[in-house]
Design a protein around this ligand. Structure first.
Ligand SMILES: Cc1cc2nc3c(=O)[nH]c(=O)nc-3n(C[C@H](O)[C@H](O)[C@H](O)COP(=O)(O)O)c2cc1C
Length: 370
């Protein structure tokens, strides 16, 4: 790129937050909360602080309640100890001049009885999502869950609100709702996993209801410009039966139209990992992010497979306002500096993605010593 201007390195304002660049660190589950209380550790604080030169860090997906768990050694934000642990993380990031949002998640039907003393996990309907859960004994196939009662749905919404409140106390700068493939929210949106006949199932409006109820609950605690959502109308093949269906396009158009009234921090959209030809969302194949630009009037963060070049290009074109990088941040803690000086990127070690304590976690060096 030589000395050409890089939009990725420009400052960006979201409400009262000033991001020092538009290189965003996407959420990365790393399985380092290796203690029974799922409490964030000093090692995690060090890892996040190493990445504080990102314009904004999105924390790893974090459990909103005991019942939301479904992957080993992932931290929560529902106990006092967890909130104290997160304070170590937010303080460490802020000391380095960074910003960090808490990504709040619930895995719903894609959990496993091993996390609940043999009891079934719950989801929108008693339908096996046919995916895998990473249990203490390794990856296991999911089972047919219990159907949530309406009271449990209301409780789940309360859990999100409490977690958002805890995130504020823990010193986070905002919230990102984890509505990515594999999680509870897309299980509600999907025709395959939601066959409820009450106000949370059936029509598009009913299946999308939980998103807005969670959002409204969080907005009682946070300013709208500190709250974001990450989701995708496409899905990876490994997420079982929650894949695009014939109502995915109208579903997303409905959601985006409604979100236009919310003035959120941003909408974080994950792109397709696979060719969409022949799927119910083939229409998204061309100019994927333009579809969101067209239907959504707020700030847009683009994700999946971006490089320095394609990230700068999408910002230059004006199709997105921010670009997030996931995998690249694993082995390149100083990703923004590498873009600034056109330095090569380091390769990550896949064996230590979800385990290994400091190995393959905090031992990837910056390219330029601080
Ligand atoms: C090891 C790993 C863990 C991830 N954990 C999460 C997560 O907790 N929450 C989430 O929304 N996405 C998660 N993702 C997805 C990334 O945030 C991102 O959407 C994806 O990697 C695509 O971006 P990339 O091509 O820049 O890596 C994870 C990805 C990886 C590689």
């Amino acid at each position: 790129m030589g000395n050409t201007v890089q939009p990725l390195l420009e400052e960006y304002q979201i409400g009262d937050l000033k991001l020092k660049n538009r290189v965003i660190m996407a959420s990365l589950t790393r399985g380092r909360a290796t203690n029974p209380g799922l409490v964030p550790t000093p090692l995690m604080a060090r890892y996040y602080a190493q990445r504080a030169s990102a314009g904004l860090i999105l924390s790893e997906g974090t459990w909103v309640s005991e019942k939301s768990i479904g992957f080993i050694n992932v931290p929560g934000i529902f106990t006092r100890e967890q909130v104290e642990g997160w304070k170590l993380v937010t303080n460490a990031v802020h000391e380095k001049g960074g910003l960090i949002f808490s990504q709040l998640g619930h895995i719903g039907a894609a959990s496993h009885p091993d996390f609940f003393h043999g009891e079934l996990p719950a989801g929108p309907s008693a339908i096996n999502p046919q995916t895998h859960s990473y249990t203490p004994e390794g990856f296991k196939e999911t089972v047919t869950p219990r159907e949530f009662t309406v009271a449990e749905i209301k409780q789940t919404i309360q859990d999100y609100q409490q977690a958002a409140n805890n995130a504020k106390e823990a010193g986070f700068d905002g919230i990102e709702i984890h509505a990515q493939a594999g999680m509870l929210i897309p299980q509600f949106l999907s025709l395959a996993t939601n066959q409820r006949s009450d106000e949370y199932g059936g029509s598009i409006e009913n299946r999308a209801r939980i998103i807005f109820e969670i959002l409204d609950a969080i907005l009682e605690v946070w300013e709208s410009t500190r709250v974001a959502i990450k989701f995708t109308p496409v899905a990876y093949s490994h997420v079982g039966i929650v894949t695009p269906d014939e109502e995915t396009i109208p579903m997303f158009q409905y959601i985006l139209k409604k979100l236009n009234d919310y003035n959120l921090a941003y909408l974080h959209i994950v792109g397709p990992a696979e060719d969409l030809t022949g799927t119910p969302v083939t229409v998204l194949q061309q100019d994927y992010f333009s579809h969101f630009r067209h239907h959504y009037s707020g700030r847009l963060m683009a994700n999946l497979g971006f490089t320095q070049e394609s990230g700068n290009a999408i910002l230059q074109e004006g199709t997105a306002d921010l670009v997030s990088f996931g995998a690249a941040f694993i082995a390149n803690p100083d990703l923004a500096a590498r873009f600034r000086y056109n330095l090569p990127l380091s390769e990550m070690n896949r064996d230590t993605l979800y385990s290994g304590e400091e190995n393959g976690y905090t031992d990837y060096p910056a390219a330029i010593a601080e």
